[in-house]
Design a protein around this ligand. Structure first.
Ligand code: NAD
Length: 299
């Protein structure tokens, strides 16, 4: 018995890297999988169905069930086709894993508006479109009185939670995904939909050059940066037994934690409106009383 026996899962960006590992893991745990991937370059250019086709071939050769979807996650109609394909092919939809992503790293002083827009589009619009299409399906089921145990897993990043130098576009997108995750969890629980996110760390084409030393596979022993190490959490978050919603998990090799997120800090209560020239001293006191933020990566 697999933890996802009988479930139908859509995974975006599942032709390579983490998404591929998630697709193989879901299939191994009993799910039927829609392997979505547009087959783009790391910066989001071009199309190629072969990465998704290879993953589907790998799953089916192991006795699992999977189909290719080549739609662009940030295309509204394409996202609709992806969700409809799951329902038409496998008879339903239980879990959506939003994983597709690109990077266009640049310092802000050199970043073009296209580099900004491309990254924001794939990560944020590319999460919203499939979520919105899937939620339509689950909300209709819920209103018809059919029990729903739907799950959405979003993919943020340490860059989104803490910031990352030369990745302002990506960090902003991933912070947006973290915020969306808690709002979606709050709005959608009434329909039986749980929404959680991950901030993973693993070897893929996105990281193997930028963090070469950290990502290198060891000669022997536990290969902490194998993307397959992230997938057990993602499979559990997409399963019916998952009992949490609105959480953001950091996962790296054998390390799992819940990110604590923004919190209200110490409050100075003046009792009336502040004057600009008194604020500096008050802020110094508040800084002393507040927890230090995790440093921005690369700062
Ligand atoms: P990857 O480049 O190996 O995989 C991303 C996949 O998304 C690619 O196969 C690509 O073709 C696909 N894709 C891109 N644009 C798409 C679109 N518009 N529609 C459909 N598919 C599209 O990278 P990865 O490291 O496996 O990244 C997976 C996710 O994890 C991304 O969201 C990434 O930002 C996030 N992430 C990765 C790490 C890490 O350590 N690898 C860390 C933090 C977050």
């Amino acid at each position: 018995m697999g933890i996802c026996d009988g479930r139908v899962v859509v995974i975006t960006g599942a032709g390579r890297g983490l998404g591929r590992a998630h697709a193989l893991a879901y299939a191994a745990h009993g799910a039927a999988v829609v392997v979505n991937d547009v087959g783009a370059s790391l910066s989001g250019e071009g199309r190629d169905d072969s990465p998704a086709e290879d993953v589907v071939a790998e799953i089916t050769s192991l006795g699992g069930r999977a189909v290719v979807n080549g739609d662009d996650v940030s295309d509204w109609d394409g996202a609709g086709r992806m969700i409809a394909q799951a329902i038409d092919t496998f008879g339903g939809l239980d879990t959506l894993v939003c994983n597709a992503g690109i990077v266009r790293d640049r310092m802000i002083v050199n970043m073009s508006v296209d580099e900004w827009d491309g990254v924001i589009r794939v990560h944020l619009r590319g999460m919203f479109c499939p979520v919105r299409q899937a939620v339509d399906h689950w909300r209709a089921m819920s209103k018809a009185g059919t029990p729903v145990a739907a799950r959405i897993v979003t993919t943020s990043s340490g860059a989104g939670l803490f910031g990352s130098v030369s990745q302002a576009n990506y960090s902003a997108a991933k912070a947006g995904i973290a915020a969306f995750t808690v709002v979606a969890a709050a709005e959608l629980s009434r329909y039986g939909i749980a929404v959680n996110g991950i901030a993973p760390s693993a070897r893929s084409r996105m990281t193997e050059e930028a963090f070469a030393e950290m990502m290198r596979a060891p000669q022997s022993g536990f290969d902490a940066m194998d993307p397959a190490n992230v997938s057990p959490l993602v499979v559990w978050l997409g399963s019916a037994p998952c009992h949490v919603t609105g959480q953001m998990f950091e996962i790296s090799g054998d390390q799992l934690s819940i990110a604590e997120g923004w919190q209200h800090g110490a409050v100075f209560d003046k009792g009336t409106r502040f004057e600009p020239d008194e604020i500096g001293a008050i802020v110094s006191d508040l800084e002393r009383e507040s927890r230090q933020a995790t440093p921005v990566y690369g700062a």
